[in-house]
Design a binder for this molecule. Structure first.
Ligand code: ZN
Length: 104
């Protein structure tokens, strides 16, 4: 019920929705989120490399970590390592640091 309400609210605002099933496959979720984010950011100003970009990556990693932790708590299991983004602040860096929620 909560998921359908969130989806309806997002649709009303014209925002994308990425459904994450309980038997999550991160490759599919990553691709869906990437597609939605690229579309949402098209034509918007980019973050400046350095501290501004690094801070944003840390924030994104923190958000993902919170979501994964909540999901693990809900299902009572530990998920495989997630590819957290590198926080070096270099523009175009695609490095990742796979970590479990405990290791993060
Ligand atoms: Zn990097």
């Amino acid at each position: 019920m909560i998921g359908s309400r969130l989806g309806a609210a997002a649709a009303q605002e014209g925002l994308p929705v990425v459904d994450v099933p309980t038997d999550v496959r991160w490759d599919g979720v990553t691709a869906a989120v990437r597609t939605a984010v690229i579309a949402a950011l098209a034509g918007r100003p980019r973050l400046r490399p350095g501290p501004e970009l690094a801070a944003r990556r840390r924030h994104e990693n923190d958000v993902v970590h919170r979501q994964i932790s909540a999901h693990e708590q809900q299902i009572g299991a530990t998920l495989p390592p997630f590819p957290y983004a590198c926080t070096c602040g270099r523009s175009g860096c695609a490095d990742v640091d796979p970590a479990t929620t405990a290791d993060y």
